[in-house]
Design a protein around this ligand. Structure first.
Ligand SMILES: NC(=O)C1=CN([C@@H]2O[C@H](COP(=O)(O)OP(=O)(O)OC[C@H]3O[C@@H](n4cnc5c(N)ncnc54)[C@H](O)[C@@H]3O)[C@@H](O)[C@H]2O)C=CC1
Ligand SMILES: O=C(O)C(=O)COP(=O)(O)O
Length: 524
């Protein structure tokens, strides 16, 4: 039974996929309320209120996935999650329209003083002269960050007859023209916009993007809007420009600290605010909760997720194609690690044939996870395998190569250690399964499963027989045997499989045979 903690308020209807699942138990409580049981949860669902810190992740020892029912993941320590092998997913497009509409509502409210006029009428005043506003028609709107929300906002602004200037480092001129906006530099936006709104994520680069210097470059009397994340507009700088009258008005849905109880910004009459309501509509909440519930359930049941922040994402169709190679890769990594018990500097992976047309980075991560899991005690999976490898000084590379092996598909791995190297080749035959078809230039053909014994020996009469006799004397049943050699009388290899593991004493006995060069046990 999977245990899922829903730590922030979420649409009940949206959680239905998880509530209906027979193998899932949902607990809807704040983190503080389940402090003693944190180690039990497999999945954690949050919005922006719960801070998923490294410390929380460390206390949640069974955690496999964090689902963010929304877009921004700045409340989640994604690096720490990645290090611990915890998948982070979000619901990227479920609240786009709601947030664009909210931003538009804030913009209209700002230039027409609607919140201030509302408060005035409620206190029995009728002061029409105090709230003379401005039209949006004909004004320039500068949008910084032209992703999902920024572009939906642009469509609405154009319908209101506004000129839209946009800045986004990833926006091509073509795309801007198609949408009917003008892609320009941030300097142009600052100098030419009547209203500026930010729609970027909060990152190291965007923190303080509109700060002392950049706000100083805006038109006197500019309106500023932040319905993205507190901190993209630097609050201290903003206060200075409000005090000196450079900024005419501000609309804020988000703050550096939420709730902003001690913020001086709340004292300005020309600062209008909402309590982080951008995504707070029935529609958006149903969308995002349904999206993450489905994704979390898929993940817990071993199916692919499509909106992961720290994992290569795949559609169901692609996942089905990649799955056999993904499993083969993991086993190959594991075999290499068990055969080559010495420090490794480099892992080079080569893909040939039909497998090379798939998302190979996913297979590479799986192979690395298989390799590392046999060597490190902490959780290693495809989420953190690349990071763990780098931390341990192991470099890895992948290459697509033209078909040299003759197989319809082939994965080859070359591992370089301090003193030795090791090579393995694997293929997947439809309706037949996984096969290891090469080890260190020896052609071989075995199924990578169960308990295996890899023996390097001299190709001399009687060696195989002697090994068989010792195993028989110890009542060990050999399930399969494969042998490979390059030339008569030279070095050869044997791969035997068993139904149970072999004990050390027996291995030592086999090692003592004259023509046996080395022996490795492999458990898969
Ligand atoms: N107030 C609220 O309730 C909500 C707030 N948000 C916030 O809005 C942000 C944007 O959401 P979406 O549009 O869905 O994300 P998105 O990922 O579709 O768009 C973000 C855009 O920002 C651009 N960008 C990144 N760095 C930039 C920089 N330095 N300068 C200019 N552009 C930059 C990216 O290229 C991207 O196109 C989210 O990250 C989240 O923080 C999202 C939903 C609700
Ligand atoms: O999706 C986002 O990034 C949001 O900011 C929405 O936050 P919320 O889920 O309403 O706490």
């Amino acid at each position: 039974m999977f245990q899922v903690l829903v730590a922030d308020s979420m649409s009940h209807e949206g959680l239905q996929p998880l509530l209906d699942a027979k193998n899932v138990n949902i607990v809807q409580k704040k983190v503080e309320e389940v402090e003693d049981d944190l180690h039990l949860f497999d999945a954690l669902l949050v919005r922006s209120a719960t801070k998923v810190t490294e410390s929380l992740l460390t206390r949640m020892t069974s955690l496999k996935i964090v689902g963010r029912a929304g877009v921004g993941v700045d409340n989640i320590d994604v690096d720490a999650a990645t290090k611990k092998g915890v998948v982070v997913i979000n619901a990227p497009d479920g609240n786009t329209i709601s947030t664009a509409e909210h931003t538009f509502a804030m913009m209209a409210s700002l230039v027409r003083h609607i919140p201030q006029a509302y408060v005035s009428v409620k206190s029995k005043e009728w002061n029409r002269n105090a709230f003379v506003g401005a039209e949006l028609y004909g004004k320039s709107l500068g949008i910084i960050g032209f992703g999902r929300i920024g572009s939906e906002l642009a469509k609405r602004a154009r319908a209101f007859g506004m000129t839209v200037l946009v800045f986004d480092p990833f926006l091509t001129r073509d795309r801007a023209e198609k949408i009917g906006v003008k892609g320009c530099s941030i300097e142009d936006i600052l100098a030419n916009s009547d209203i500026i709104t930010v729609h970027t994520p909060l990152t190291k680069e965007t923190k303080g993007l509109l700060g002392k210097v950049n706000i100083g470059k805006t038109k006197k009397g500019v309106y500023l809007i932040n319905c993205a994340r507190g901190g993209i507009i630097d609050e201290e700088a903003l206060i200075q420009y409000l005090e000196n009258g450079h900024v005419r008005g501000v609309a804020l849905d988000v703050f550096e600290v939420e709730p902003p109880v001690n913020s001086k910004l709340l004292e300005f009459d020309n600062v209008i605010t909402t309590p982080h309501l951008g995504a707070s509509t029935k529609e958006a909440q149903l969308n995002v909760a349904t999206q993450v519930s489905k994704e979390v359930l898929h993940f817990l049941e071993g199916k692919p997720v499509t909106s992961s922040i720290n994992l290569p994402t795949l559609t169901k169709e692609l996942f089905e194609k990649i799955q056999p190679f993904y499993q083969l890769g993991k086993k190959m990594g594991n075999i290499v690690s068990q055969c080559m018990r010495e420090p490794v500097q480099e892992i080079a992976i080569q893909y040939e044939g039909s497998v090379a047309e798939l998302e190979t980075s996913f297979i590479t991560k799986s192979l690395l996870a298989g390799f590392l899991s046999a060597r490190v005690d902490s959780t290693v999976n495809e989420v953190n395998a690349g990071m763990v490898a780098k931390e341990r000084g192991i470099s890895f590379s992948e290459k697509i190569s033209s078909n040299q092996s003759g197989y319809e598909n082939c994965i080859s791995v070359h591992v370089q250690g301090d003193h030795k190297s090791f090579e393995i080749k694997g293929t997947h035959v439809p309706n037949y399964g996984e096969r290891i078809v090469g080890i260190n230039d020896f052609n071989i053909d075995f199924i990578p499963t169960g308990y295996l014994l890899y023996i390097q020996h001299q190709d001399k009469p009687g060696v195989i027989g002697r090994v068989g006799k010792v195993l028989g004397d110890h009542k060990i049943n050999i399930a399969t045997t494969q042998v490979g050699r390059k030339e008569k009388g030279g070095e050869a290899i044997m791969m035997l499989s068993f139904d149970r593991s072999l004990d050390e004493e027996l291995i030592d006995c086999l090692k003592s045979f004259e023509d046996i060069l080395s022996i490795r046990t492999i458990d898969l």
